[in-house]
Write a new protein. Structure first.
Length: 82
């Protein structure tokens, strides 16, 4: 379901691997690339990609937030929790 938000600004073009938020699907994922006008995103925890549009994505996490998330994921994986 689409969340209510301000009108979209200019289309956002992230770098490969950048973490972005997809307003259309209410999900966060890694930017994997663009094919035929469709943006491909992959879930942060891995899994199947999904598609959306440049107008529906925006930067999600700062580098600091991303490093913190990665440290937490790595520690859970090492303990066998992930």
């Amino acid at each position: 379901m689409r969340r209510a938000r301000e009108p979209a600004g200019p289309d956002y073009y992230p770098e490969l691997g950048e973490v972005v938020y997809d307003h259309l699907h209410d999900r966060t994922g890694h930017f994997m690339g663009t094919v035929g006008g469709q943006v491909y995103l992959r879930p942060l925890e891995g899994g199947c990609e999904w598609t959306t549009y440049h107008s529906e994505i925006e930067a999600s996490l700062t580098g600091r937030e991303m490093r913190s998330l990665k440290r937490g994921f790595d520690s859970r994986r090492m303990s066998g929790a992930a």
